[in-house]
Every structure is written in structure tokens, then in C-alpha cells.
Design a protein around this ligand. Sequence first.
Ligand SMILES: CCCCC/C=C\C/C=C\CC/C=C/CC(=O)SCCNC(=O)CCNC(=O)[C@H](O)C(C)(C)COP(=O)(O)OP(=O)(O)OC[C@H]1O[C@@H](n2cnc3c(N)ncnc32)[C@H](O)[C@@H]1OP(=O)(O)O
Length: 280
Amino acid sequence: MAFRTKNLFEKTTKLVRSYSSDKIYTHMSLTLNEQTGIATLELAKPPVNSMSFGFLSQLAAAVQQSEADKYKGLIITSRSSGVFSAGLDLKELHHPDSDRILNYLRRLQDVWFQLYDCSTPTAAVINGHSIAGGCLLALSCEYRVMVNSFKIGMNEALVGVPVSPMFIACMQSVIGQWEAEKALLVGRLFTSEEALGVGLVDEVVGGKSEGVCKAEGYLAGFREVSARARGLSKRYLRQEVVRDLVRRREEDVKKLVEIISSRGVQDSLGEHLERMKNKK
Ligand SMILES: CCCCC/C=C\C/C=C\CC/C=C/CC(=O)SCCNC(=O)CCNC(=O)[C@H](O)C(C)(C)COP(=O)(O)OP(=O)(O)OC[C@H]1O[C@@H](n2cnc3c(N)ncnc32)[C@H](O)[C@@H]1OP(=O)(O)O
């Protein structure tokens, strides 16, 4: 569905540096347009916005802030022109310290719950490749606009790690069971145009600023709608997925630590990192 494309992003903008005096965003910036009440969260952790522990913590803080300050909308995009996010930081997963990996995966779950379940209207402007955890981030938003000629999807099958339940649930809820199965079992990465074809994204555009206009158009569609009613409806619509994952979160995370720490997975991760190093 196409939405109004008037550029609402003009006049007064305010850079929101921190959500409390001791939390400064270093891996992203949060800018509020005071006129529209819509904030833009721009991911800015070079080179590829990989999701380290610190990155996830800042993402959680920004989402919390959007809810606490009752923003009219939150747009997530990237400062890099080629990568939205390369997903989880592979260095966090390779040869992990047992306490750190447990805390890391818990933090990932927390951020996902916060974003997926937040009452703030959300949209992703995917202005670069969006791989695995990057795809999860976009899928957790309500609306996705993607710039053409990039890749999006969950490549876990190629990395040698299983796709975890929350990644699966998000993919299924957006593109359906059969398309999700076909994609996830081979680690398929879709081009922007293919992603539009299966409904993984809602619109494909020629550039970031056009994408931001489309996202603003989607968010502006809720101006006449009661924020409270809308927020509750969103929660009800998403509650089945959330409830199931909350119930099994500790069991899932422990199982994942066991899988990630296994020799086979560590070898695959090591090979994947090596391939990335040698591709230059
Ligand atoms: C409720 C219950 C749930 C319980 C479960 C909870 C959690 C489950 C969690 C985990 C299970 C495991 C799941 C994993 C999902 C993932 O996200 S794994 C990550 C997968 N991502 C990738 O494989 C991306 C690989 N990267 C690329 O394909 C490319 O880098 C790119 C993104 C297409 C960009 O290409 P480009 O040519 O621009 O850049 P380079 O490839 O040259 O990379 C530059 C630089 O960045 C490093 N790098 C790339 N990706 C990552 C990464 N993901 N992590 C860390 N570092 C990365 C790359 O090595 C280069 O480094 P340099 O050589 O030192 O410059």
C-alpha cells in the first residue's frame, strides 16, 4: 500500500543525545522533529552497524525513549549508504566467554521484545544490505521501505548457525510459513525487488530521502487515530508471538548458548569470518 509522500521532515529538529544523563548514544543518533513528533534513529556504527552488546544497549535505550516521550513515530535507518545492518556482531559469537554470550543473547531478546511490542508506530528505511539480525530489526518494525539494489534476508544457514525462534516468528508473521521455510532453510538473501515480491518489504524506492518520505507518510496516517487505542491494538495483534517467546525465552537462550558454543558451529563461524576477511 502506498502512503502520502509529502515531506514532513522540515523545520524544527532536535538531536536527542541521551535518554538519561549517563547514557550517550555513540553508535546511533536520535533526532526528533518537534513539528511532527516523529523521531529518526540513524544507526552509525561503522563499518556495517554490527550489533555488539553496546549497540544493542543503545538501541534499547532509544526505543524506551520513544515510548517514554510518546513520539508520534520512530523511523530506523542507517547513516551508511551501503549497509543498514550486517546483523549480530560475529565477534560476539566467535569463541565467546560463557557469561558474556548469555548476557549478550539476553540483551538481544530484551531489545527485540521492546521494539516488537512497543506502542510507538515504527518504520524502517532500509538504505543498504540488511542481513540476519539486521533483517530482524527491520521486520520488528511495522512498515518497511527499502532502497533498490540491496540484499535482505536471514543467512544463518550459510553461516552455520540455526535460525532462532524469534527470527523465525518475525519472518513467518510477515511473509507466511511457506515463503519463510523456503528462504530460511537455505539462508536466502533477497534483492530489494524480490523482497517486495514476497512482501518482506512494503515499498522499494530510489534513495534514502525518498524512503524517509514514504515512512513519514505511513506514520502520518495515524495522526487522526487515538494513540492509546492504536498502541493497545498493536499489542493485541502481536501478543501471540510475544507470549510464546517470553514463555520459552530462558530455555531458548540456554539452548542457543549450547549450540553456539559447540565445536561445529564455532568452526563454521570461524570459516565465515575468514571468508569475509579474504574477500578483499
Ligand atoms: C525469545 C527467544 C529467542 C532466543 C534467541 C536469542 C537470540 C538468538 C541469537 C543468535 C543466534 C545466532 C544468530 C545469528 C544471526 C546473525 O545476525 S549472525 C550475523 C550474520 N551476518 C552476516 O553474515 C553478515 C556478513 N557481512 C556481510 O555480508 C557484508 O559485510 C555486508 C554486510 C554485505 C557489507 O559488505 P561490505 O563489502 O560493505 O563490507 P565488508 O564485508 O568488507 O565488511 C566490512 C568489515 O565489517 C566486518 N563485518 C561484516 N559483517 C560483520 C558482522 N556481522 N559482525 C562483525 N563484523 C562484521 C567485516 O569482517 C569487515 O571487517 P574488516 O575486514 O576488519 O574491515
